[in-house]
Design a protein around this ligand. Structure first.
Ligand SMILES: Cc1ncc(COP(=O)(O)O)c(C=O)c1O
Length: 483
């Protein structure tokens, strides 16, 4: 029975809704109208229904929503997993009771990370909630140690850590700007420069010199503010929706790690979008393993998205032994508990999904296929006019669109170029994500993050559609006199 058949049979419950002259009852995105709906998913493809004209379109999902997909859509094994989870799990209120599956999922993540990188986890429902919890954990960590003045956070310009108020306070983009007046004070949430060599590295600088400059600026900021007041340095290992997937330059992450150790500041990585297998070089989970050895890892880390692969709402906080020990030797407890934290059903499903991803060696696959996608994008898009930069790692890539690739001139924000390309790709059979704001609030990027199951043929199809769509858009721009 399909959803529309159920609705046909069972309209009584609608009541007063049927009299309201509204197209949509969902307060999300475009409030007055219904947005296109996903009505089916199969492997790397989704089927989308346009609510205005009922048109059904079947497309490749090149972005798995917001980079959530590891297993493909409609995986029959996941249906079995969910079935077992429904039969075997029972709700436990986390402040008082626990469950086996949250423990098992924590053990799985810790065991599949480098030795001694992590020692404990807290499972939340979203990446924003994970980051929100981390800000409080960081605060309590310093209080447990008697460092009461460590109340400031340093994160980065052009960053995104979620839509709750704490997460927005450490973010820096148009999404955060609108709410500035109700966020944590900005003199408490300092912003260092992003690591963005495409625009910010000087021509006469090497990548290493660029890293050194950023690190020097960070150290100056720490000293100016007083290291005794800084609680954490926070960054996305591989950024996503704000900056596009600009990988850290050589020595950059290690330099931040060292500064944090030097000044007793916690080093926090946000791997909500880039982690949990999307860009790991060893068939593992963490993106930072590309750049840091096990003993140089973060003190605290957020994860999400592919943890539940879009089937359940789950994200989490991972704690290093160092952080856990301070709590163990201190108060022995952590303040705060959400009703649905460490939810047994979600943890059961996520654990089985992760085991399946591991058994099928899908993190190896996406690292290989994703890097192949990057190479192919660089090769095929060489004769396009509006692609200024192609950047990324493993299964997470982005293109920065420019009006002039020599001068790197951006399109006016109002031309919505990222969204125009997103629509073009959709028309041509590919779902991707367009965003704006990478270059000081302006600038257009499109993002690609397919499911971990992608094959070589799928990658070639994705790159082909991106290429065709860019060419279509360029033709339109020429016709409009913009190019
Ligand atoms: C790096 C990063 N952190 C946090 C979040 C917030 O996660 P969620 O949307 O699950 O709250 C996102 C979402 O895109 C993200 O990309």
């Amino acid at each position: 029975m399909t959803i529309s058949e159920i609705n046909e049979e069972d309209r009584q419950w609608e009541g007063p809704c049927s009299q309201l002259m509204q197209n949509s009852f969902i307060f999300q995105a475009k409030i007055a109208e219904q947005v296109p709906k996903v009505i089916n998913g199969n492997g790397i493809r989704i089927t989308v229904e346009n609510p205005e004209n009922g048109k059904i379109t079947d497309v490749i999902d090149g972005m798995t929503g917001a980079a959530v997909g590891s297993l493909g859509w409609g995986d029959p094994e996941v249906v079995e997993i969910i079935n077992r989870a429904a039969r075997n799990t029972f709700y436990s209120y986390p402040a008082i009771l626990g469950n086996e599956y949250s423990e098992e999922l924590a053990k799985f993540y810790i065991s599949n990370s480098p030795p001694n990188a992590f020692a404990a986890a807290l499972w939340t429902l979203s990446g924003s909630e994970a980051n929100e919890n981390e800000l409080k954990i960081i605060r309590q960590y310093h209080v447990e140690k008697g460092n009461f003045n460590k109340t400031k956070f340093i994160s980065r310009k052009t960053s995104y850590h979620g839509f709750t108020l704490g997460a927005l306070s450490i973010s820096s983009n148009a999404r955060a700007e609108m709410f500035q007046e109700i966020l944590l004070p900005q003199n408490q949430c300092l912003k260092m420069e992003a690591c963005y060599p495409y625009r910010n590295k000087a021509d006469n600088e090497t990548l290493v010199q660029y890293s050194d400059r950023l690190l020097l600026e960070l150290e100056m900021m720490i000293l100016k503010e007083d290291p005794k007041t800084i609680g954490a340095v926070i960054l996305e290992t591989l950024p996503g929706t704000s900056l596009g997937t600009s990988p850290p330059t050589p020595g950059y992450l290690l330099g931040i790690r060292k500064l944090c150790t030097k000044y007793d500041i916690l080093f926090m990585l946000d791997e909500v979008m880039c982690g949990t297998g999307r860009a790991n070089p060893n068939g593992g989970l963490n993106c930072w393993e590309n750049y840091l050895s096990p003993e140089e890892g973060p003190d605290i880390q957020s994860v999400g998205k592919t943890l539940g692969s879009g089937y359940v709402t789950i994200a989490g906080v991972l704690l290093s032994p160092k952080v856990r020990n301070v709590f163990i030797e201190g108060s022995g407890s952590i303040l705060g508990s959400h009703t649905y934290s460490c939810h047994a059903f979600n943890c059961f499903v996520a654990l089985e999904i992760q085991k399946r991803v591991k058994k099928l060696k899908l993190t190896e696959n996406i690292f290989k296929m994703g890097n192949y996608m990057g190479e192919l994008l660089i090769e095929k898009l060489v004769d396009t006019a509006i692609v200024g930069d192609i950047r990324g790692l493993g299964g997470f890539w982005s293109l920065e669109l420019v009006k002039n690739s020599q001068t790197k001139e951006i399109f006016p924000l109002s031309s919505n170029m990222a969204y125009r390309l997103q629509d073009k790709c959709f028309e041509n059979g590919l779902n991707i994500m367009g965003t704006q704001g990478c270059a000081n609030g302006s600038g257009d990027i499109i993002l690609l993050a397919p499911a971990f199951i992608v094959t070589k043929d799928d990658i070639e199809a994705i790159v082909h559609i991106v290429y065709m769509s860019i060419k279509d858009l360029e033709q339109e721009l020429m016709d409009e006199g913009i190019l």
